[in-house]
Design a protein around this ligand. Structure first.
Ligand code: GLC
Length: 557
């Protein structure tokens, strides 16, 4: 571990730390556009077919020019990569696949010089099974103090009569892994006999930590400080609704628990106790200059419970998965927008908006695929960027990339693929490396191939092919992001619904009217103002204007 590097990096200026003190708050995150970089698929600098930190640093000018405010990097820490790096073996080391600590330091400094903030992922619900704690807990056998840092339990007997450990052939309770199958794996004792079981809500390579233990708290506080000292501007907290489990680990009594995630509070998700952890982390963030933030990845049954994560003494933001999961249905969309705004306003926090990430099917495909899916995705992007609050953009959505649904089985790496039967929920198709150039091996992703095959059609979707083409999705995002900066109040200001025909959502923001036509027909509207930006070709007219099907338009007022 290079603590020397971390120490010298404490001086790495954040974009505004020169002029800000810990107490002078600008609330930069309240309307920030934050770009998610899926590290292994963004840009490869060394030719191993896997994206890396230097690759990202080399492409930061692209992100600055795109007009985003911050970059969120998915985990790049030492890891056996059983779940794309969300299985961390050493929270203070960079995996050699992605570079080293010096590369991380260089990236943060280069980003700050370009005015971009950097958010990194923290994975506190579980470690890798190759983390030193877990390896030793297994090796030392029953009675090892390190087992207290995880959830080791005797199994139930086959006759189901109890958990006295005598037989223990069955898992301790009925919890299921998010990736399918039981959430428990049985261990083998050092003497070769079958032993206790351990809990893993995700893959068996991701044992859940026991957050009742003070050492787990102390370790994560130290890890947060390590990266804050290096200069990062905040954290995306993985499974922020996990960590705390209901006392006694009670059965759920439902066979398809994955269907309940996000639909109700479960004994392992969204327990009230998680909020104490987030409060303690907020104090650490606030003790650093430059407004360091945290965003929760939290699945909750409703926007009201999500707002609990962003109370004034907790986290700054939480991903709005209610918006992401919303079908193409104007009534549902309006309902979710209203509920999201009401819930966060009630606690004084900004709302966030997100359409895609590394765990879900890319939204052009979710919205039907093909030309219509892309038209809707472009419209949804303008809708999202016109709403009050902060927005997350997943790498490649600015290129209109679709999901890659025909990956060969042998190329797949998502642990969910190996544990479930159907195709649904598999996540490799949204993680295919980005096309940067119109031609060439891996379309400019790196000097030699890419870890997942890119479709032949991706040359025409590359950054190179779209740059300068006014009809391209890339230029649509660039213009929208530039306008967001020019129009004061568009980020965090007021919003008011205006009347509109069936299937058309119309609302005003300071200086702007947004018209979102979800129908498959052109509709006529009284001209709302001066046309600023349109997701589909729109002809301006004096009195009434035809609004294209599946489109969104911004009008200056
Ligand atoms: C989060 C991540 C996902 C990962 C899981 C387990 O949901 O976004 O990619 O598999 O946590 O860490």
């Amino acid at each position: 571990m290079n603590h020397e590097l971390a120490r010298t990096a404490t001086t790495a200026a954040s974009p505004s730390s020169a002029t800000e003190s810990a107490s002078a708050s600008t609330g930069w995150w309240r309307d920030a556009v934050i770009y998610q970089v899926y590290v292994r698929s963004f840009a490869d600098s060394d030719g191993d077919g896997i994206g890396d930190l230097r690759g990202i640093t080399g492409r930061l000018p692209y992100l600055a020019e795109l007009g985003v405010d911050a970059v969120w990097l998915t985990p790049f820490y030492a890891s056996p990569q059983a779940d794309g790096g969300y299985d961390v073996a050493d929270y203070r080391a960079v995996d050699p696949l992605f570079g080293d600590l010096q590369d991380a330091d260089d990236l943060v400094r280069a980003a700050h010089e370009l005015g971009l903030r950097v958010i990194v992922d923290i994975v506190p619900n579980h470690t890798s099974d190759r983390h030193e704690w877990f390896e030793r807990a297994l090796k030392e056998g029953p009675g090892s103090a390190l087992r207290e840092l995880y959830h080791f339990r005797p199994g139930k007997d086959v006759d189901g009569k109890g958990s006295d450990g005598s037989g223990g052939e069955l898992p301790p309770n009925d919890w299921e892994s998010v990736f399918g199958g039981p959430a428990w794996t049985r261990t083998t004792n050092p003497d070769g006999t079958p032993g206790d079981w351990y809990l893993h809500l995700f893959a068996p390579e991701q044992p859940d930590l026991n957050w009742e233990h003070p050492e787990v708290h102390a370790e994560f506080e130290a890890v947060l400080r390590f990266w804050l000292d290096l200069g990062v501007d905040g954290f995306r907290i993985d499974v922020a609704h996990g960590m705390v489990k209901a006392p006694g680990l009670p059965d759920i009594g439902h066979r398809k628990q994955v269907e309940l995630i996000g639909a109700q509070v479960l004994p392992f998700f969204d327990q009230d106790g998680v909020h104490e952890i987030h409060r303690s982390w907020r104090k650490i963030l606030d003790s650093y200059p430059g407004e360091r933030i945290a965003v929760a990845e939290a699945s909750t049954p409703n926007p009201g419970r999500l707002a609990r994560y962003v109370r004034p003494d907790e986290l700054h933001q939480a991903f709005n998965f209610h918006f992401l999961k919303c079908p193409w249905d104007p009534a549902r969309m309006r309902e979710i927008i209203d509920a999201s705004l009401a819930a966060t306003v009630s606690v004084g926090a900004p709302t966030t908006w997100v359409l895609s990430n590394h765990d879900v099917i890319r939204h052009p495909t979710r919205y039907g695929g093909g030309a219509q899916g892309l038209a809707r995705a472009r419209a949804a992007a303008l809708l999202m960027l016109a709403l009050p609050g902060s927005t997350y953009v997943y790498q490649g959505e600015e290129l209109g990339l679709p999901e890659v649904s025909d990956l060969p089985d042998e190329a797949r790496q998502d642990p969910a693929f190996f544990r479930s039967t159907g195709q649904e929920g598999l996540r490799d198709g949204c993680r295919v490396p980005l096309p940067w150039t119109a031609d060439g091996d891996s379309y400019g992703f790196g000097p030699a191939g890419s870890w997942l095959p890119q479709p032949a059609s991706w040359g025409s979707l590359s950054v190179e092919a779209q740059t300068g083409d006014p009809g391209s999705t890339l230029e649509l995002y660039r213009t929208a992001l530039a306008l967001r900066r020019e129009l004061p109040g568009l980020g965090d200001g007021r919003m008011e619904w205006l009347p509109g025909p069936d299937g058309v959502l119309v609302f005003s923001r300071p200086g702007l009217v947004c018209v979102f036509n979800t129908t498959s027909q052109e509709v006529q509207l009284p001209t709302p103002g001066r046309l600023l930006l349109a997701s589909a070709t729109t002809v301006e007219a004096e009195d009434t204007v035809p609004i294209p099907a599946d489109s969104c338009t911004w009008w200056a007022i």
